[in-house]
Design a protein around this ligand. Structure first.
Ligand code: ZN
Ligand code: ZN
Length: 260
């Protein structure tokens, strides 16, 4: 039913939590999970998790706030060349947490988009307080050739529109359920149904009514319920379109029962 387009199973508090969180999510009708990398050092562990569970696919990339290994674009492309790695990222720009080294962030973001184009896989983009620079890099690096996801979207409608025009999908997280998120709910109501995705970004950003606790993929239902309300659709409709959008973007993840 639901697809969690962006989660971090491997960042849950302890390893036992992964199996518990997966079981809880499957119980809630979450049928697929994109377990997103924030560094390249965890690649083997991420692949091993995706090998153990057919419901989990994975990605490779260095988070904009990452301080670990920082490969060049050819190395990134080689690291992404694995059947269970469906995307490059998360990558992008975070000027809210990293005000100090923006040029370095931009260069790294460009390398990720180039790697994605080399390997022909979509990009998972993280963007905070940097809408114009994010858009400029997507355009200058020809990101529309591979497309991808603007994850945990929190920007305004004109920014959403511009990112949609670059061929990207927009993924809403638990932030859309927060009491002070009226503007974001207004934007979410406008996103075309064929570009909309949902995510938890767990263990961060637990949606209402779990706000403040450790987030987990089972809670993606609350994001869907909120979107259903603001868009005047049923939860089943939101689940169906967001899952279909995900499988269209990542055809290799489509389960046998979800025929195109
Ligand atoms: Zn992120
Ligand atoms: Zn994330």
């Amino acid at each position: 039913m639901f697809v969690d387009s962006h989660c971090h199973f491997h960042l849950l508090e302890d390893n036992a939590d992964t199996d518990r969180a997966l079981a809880a999510a499957l119980d809630e009708g979450v049928e697929h999970f994109l377990n997103v990398a924030i560094d390249v050092e965890s690649r083997d562990a991420l692949i091993a998790l995706a090998e153990r569970h057919t419901e989990i696919s994975t990605s490779i990339g260095v988070h904009p706030s990452g301080t670990g290994e920082d490969p060049d674009e050819e190395t990134l492309a080689a690291l992404a060349d694995h059947p269970l790695i469906v995307a490059v990222g998360e990558t992008g720009l975070d000027y809210a947490y990293n005000e100090d080294r923006p040029e370095w962030q931009r260069e790294r973001f460009r390398r990720h988009v180039r790697a994605a184009r080399l390997i022909g896989k979509p990009v998972i983009v993280h963007t905070r307080a940097a809408p114009q620079d994010t858009l400029a890099i997507l355009r200058e690096e020809g990101a529309r050739e591979v497309g991808g996801i603007i994850h945990c979207f929190t920007e305004d409608w004109p920014t959403a529109r511009a990112m949609l025009d670059e061929g990207f999908h927009i993924s809403l997280s638990g932030i859309v359920t927060f009491r002070n998120a009226d503007a974001l709910r207004g934007t979410a109501a406008h996103i075309p149904g064929d570009r909309l995705l949902i995510e938890t970004d767990c263990p961060y950003l637990a949606p209402v009514p779990h706000r403040g606790r450790e987030n987990q993929p089972a809670y993606v239902r609350h994001v869907a319920e909120c979107l259903a309300e603001v868009r005047g659709e049923s939860v089943e409709e939101v689940a169906a379109v967001t899952s279909e959008n995900f499988y269209r973007l990542f055809p290799q993840t489509r389960p046998a029962h979800a025929s195109a």
